[in-house]
Design a protein around this ligand. Sequence first.
Ligand SMILES: Nc1ncnc2c1ncn2[C@@H]1O[C@H](COP(=O)(O)OP(=O)(O)OP(=O)(O)O)[C@@H](O)[C@H]1O
Length: 339
Amino acid sequence: MSDDAIRTRGLTKRFRTGQVAVDGIDLAVPRGAVYGFLGPNGSGKTTTIRMLLGLVAPTAGQVHLLGEPMPQAAARVLPRVGALVEGPAFQPYLSGRANLVRLDAVDASADPRTSRARIDGALDRVGLGAAADKRYRQYSLGMKQRLGLAAALLRPRDLLVLDEPTNGLDPQGTREVRHLVRELSDAGTTVLVSSHLLAEIEQVCTHVGIMGHGRLLLQGTRAELTARRGARVVLRVPAADADAAVAELRRLGLTDAAGERPAADGTVTVTAALADDDGTQVDGAGAPDGGAHGAGPRPQDVAAALVRAGVGLLALDVRRPSLEQVFVELTGEGFDVAR
Ligand SMILES: Nc1ncnc2c1ncn2[C@@H]1O[C@H](COP(=O)(O)OP(=O)(O)OP(=O)(O)O)[C@@H](O)[C@H]1O
């Protein structure tokens, strides 16, 4: 437990309206991870993040940040945590730089002697060097996001919590944020980054948690999540062999084996789940020795059995679901293409 940078137990938020925005979630963000906190709009990500940072009081449950209980240890822990949450308190009539100077000055744990260098460094890091002296109210949404990020980076952090950091950024800005997250992670910072745009985040995260309607539907390493939901074996056989192929797959224990309608070229595609949703899985795809596997047959065993049964095997492929497919399957919803 203390090894996790973020740990929650039964974290719940019921608003006065009666709405349960976050429903008993157990988050586990290991130290060193880049944790993609994913879910569609309204699924409870922001409310969770606000509770993590002590900005909203939970209705029930516990939060540990960097091994310490929140909010009791807030004064000790929060200086080690950089956060980008909606609507940071920037002054509209001050420049970006002046806003950071002001923020740093009220941070009792920041060293005023290094303030200037740290502020310039943070502005450069987020690509705001050139616009640093513009007034905040003249900033575009993307520039405001960048300034929020700069504020989170005013000092070295053990943990960064970024709520929708790419919101309002153009594709170039989005790439830069990804790059920055990777860089910070390489330097040893644990990062939790929320997004409703899966593709933006998928490439950088080591771990993923998927929210839907206030519940944490799934979490784990990125590889675990796609493996656990089941690889499928997909084969192509001559139409005349389709029934034999399905029968052989079922005999091997792949009970949902089924053939599609014959294609114009006289072949049939037959598919079956190689893994159960409970994690029993064959992990043979691409691994010369077949890799670790559970109760099911390995792909090469499937191929051998089909050939032995006299099935004319034209092609055999193992397909793993993408994170997006896992998400859609779990929530019945897609990710937004754009906000
Ligand atoms: N202060 C509040 N009072 C009542 N309901 C709220 C409040 N804040 C959030 N909610 C509701 O709680 C649910 C979760 O909202 P939340 O902002 O946490 O979701 P989210 O996953 O961060 O969504 P988004 O991607 O749009 O930011 C929503 O239905 C929202 O309307």
